[in-house]
Design a protein around this ligand. Sequence first.
Ligand code: NYM
Length: 211
Amino acid sequence: SNENNNVRGALIVLEGLDRSGKTSQCSRMHSYLVEQGIPVELWRFPDRNTCVGQMISSYLANKSQLDDQTVHLLFSANRWEKRSLMESKLKSGTTLIVDRYSYSGVAFSSAKGLDIEWCKAPEKGLLAPDLVLYLDISPEEAAERGGYGGERYERLEFQRKVSQQYRILRDETWKIIDACLPLEDVEKRLRELALDCITDCRNGKSLSPLL
Ligand code: NYM
């Protein structure tokens, strides 16, 4: 059961460009941790199931128009509306594997030309990830993988800008994984990093806010 009075779960975020392999790796990591008997849930942002998420989804599908600031704040609100559930899950011992988080919010919006500090502001006070796993791939290689859907942002020229913004956001807490290695190698590396992080959290690493 997920009831556990002493240990908390880890907040593990996967980030990267579109087509970097995040979604497959998140689901592989989730299955692996379930097999290991670790209480874990797979989350993603945007969470398209909420009312805010539906507004975002229709914007991404080009079915609605919103200005850049508005959609930025909706993406942020979509994380805020899940914050308390996120905290209670973590405190009750459940590890969360999260496909995209605040870094996507800041990288994609600032790639459109919005001021990066303005973009970061509404993220302050959300829970800080214990681990950020960045699946590193060049925009060109990602585009060669094909399968860009028809959503907004899924164009090489724009992904180049997003990639530059991610570079600015990187800090020493990120783990950069070469996303062009064979899938199984990427998976193995991600597992090792995730298990270490889960151990640190069990051993008392504290939960903190994003600054
Ligand atoms: N995206 C995602 C943002 O622009 N801001 C955000 O805060 C988040 C979480 O939404 N191209 C963008 C990145 C993606 C798009 O994400 C949809 P996905 O992972 O393809 O569902």
